[in-house]
Design a protein around this ligand. Structure first.
Ligand code: SAM
Ligand code: MD0
Ligand code: SF4
Length: 350
């Protein structure tokens, strides 16, 4: 199948069976064509600007046992939980450094989840009130009643990734967790007035057809931000022996998302390949740089819990330099605010 023709059909909303799969399995010149179309779609929609997200993984305690995760309950790791003061000062320093948003992320820490997620929601409220930046909350799965409280505390975004839309695969990854309850999360978040992010993992045991189906399903839910991240095998987990991934499939997934859903925010995560992978992800059509983590703060990443943190490569300064080299630049807070207003006004029509 001709990839350029497939791209054209997808862009016109006339996709044929197999069109998405042909992008996801493109090689060489065909892959380059997909990346170039994706960049064109991104630049037309957003200009040559990237939004920058700071990442504060404030508690690595977790009651869940996801097969892929370094921080799963049964890995006997030392863990940390930052105090409210630490979270506030980390968020403030990220804002000062120039991020557009702070992503407050936690494992499903029983202390933070207790009493309708009272502690976690309290942190969001304090960061909104005392730091005044845009905030994404990534607390894992919550009960429906907590969403109104989280929205009222000021969270702009709620992130919770389905990982895959294949129920069988989901049950082998998120052991003992409900597929439907996780699906409900983003619907409840949006009903409460927040923007929502969904995501899938790439190279986690899915076929190209399975990945295509997950991308179609994920996009069809209309979440304002959507992502694909390559699975990184983690020592001490049941999936430690998996083959180390290539990143080509993730890049094609990013390009495909941009071509199918041009007006969404799509991350280039530093948590997969570190700074070395930034350019390729932006070149594939991403327009948000996530997982910016300041050095010397004893903070962890998720998929790459150490890579590029202490050497400062995940800092705003370093990212801004790379954007500059690519003829791109970091968006201002006013530009980010305008993009969020646009997403909110299109709610239900993405
Ligand atoms: N604990 C919350 C949850 O699971 O929803 C929020 C943070 S969780 C650590 C964020 C995401 O990181 C997961 O949903 C998964 O997509 C991704 N992730 C975790 N471990 C990963 C790995 N080894 N490789 C790639 N992505 C991973
Ligand atoms: C990232 N490490 O953006 C973060 C994390 C959670 N909302 C985000 C997966 O890559
Ligand atoms: Fe816990 Fe999230 Fe890791 Fe699953 S992915 S074990 S919920 S931190």
């Amino acid at each position: 199948m001709d990839v350029l023709e497939a791209i054209g059909r997808i862009r016109r909303g006339e996709a044929l069976p197999g069109d998405l799969e042909s992008i996801l399995s493109a090689t060489d010149g065909d892959a380059e064509a997909a990346f170039s179309e994706a960049r064109r779609a991104r630049d037309a929609e957003f200009g040559r600007r990237a939004f920058l997200y700071g990442f504060v993984y404030f508690s690595t305690h977790c009651r869940n046992d996801c097969a892929f995760c370094y921080f799963r309950r049964s890995s006997g790791l030392p863990r940390y939980r930052k105090s409210a003061d630490e979270v506030l000062s980390l968020s403030a320093s990220l804002k000062d450094a120039g991020v557009n948003l702070v992503d407050l992320t936690m494992g499903e820490d029983p202390v933070m989840c207790a009493d309708g997620h009272r502690e976690a929601i309290g942190l969001v409220r304090r960061v909104k009130e005392e730091v005044g930046t845009a905030v994404m909350a990534s607390p894992g799965a919550m009960s429906e009643q907590s969403f109104a409280d989280l929205a009222e505390a000021g969270a702009d975004w709620f992130a919770c990734y389905q990982e895959t839309y294949d129920r069988g695969l989901f049950s082998r990854l998120r052991l003992g967790q409900s597929f439907d309850h996780r699906m409900d999360q983003r619907a409840w978040a949006r009903k409460a007035g927040m923007l929502a992010e969904d995501g899938i993992m790439v190279g986690i045991g899915e076929s190209v057809e399975g990945r295509a189906e997950s991308l179609r399903m994920m996009g069809g839910q209309g979440c304002e931000q959507i992502r694909a991240m390559t699975f990184i095998p983690q020592e001490g987990t049941p999936m430690a022996g998996s083959a180390p991934p290539g990143f080509g499939a993730e890049l094609l997934a990013i390009a495909a998302m941009r071509i199918m859903f041009p007006d969404r925010l799509i991350p280039a995560s530093l948590d997969v390949e570190g700074i070395a992978g930034l350019r390729a992800r932006l070149d594939a059509g991403a327009n948000v740089v996530t997982s910016i983590v300041p050095p010397r703060m004893d903070l962890a990443g998720v998929a790459q819990h150490e890579l590029d943190i202490e050497n400062g490569n995940r800092s705003v300064r370093h990212v801004a330099e790379m954007l500059d080299e690519m003829g791109m630049r970091a968006a201002t807070d006013a530009e980010y605010g305008a993009a969020l207003s646009r997403l909110r006004s299109r709610r239900g029509r993405l």
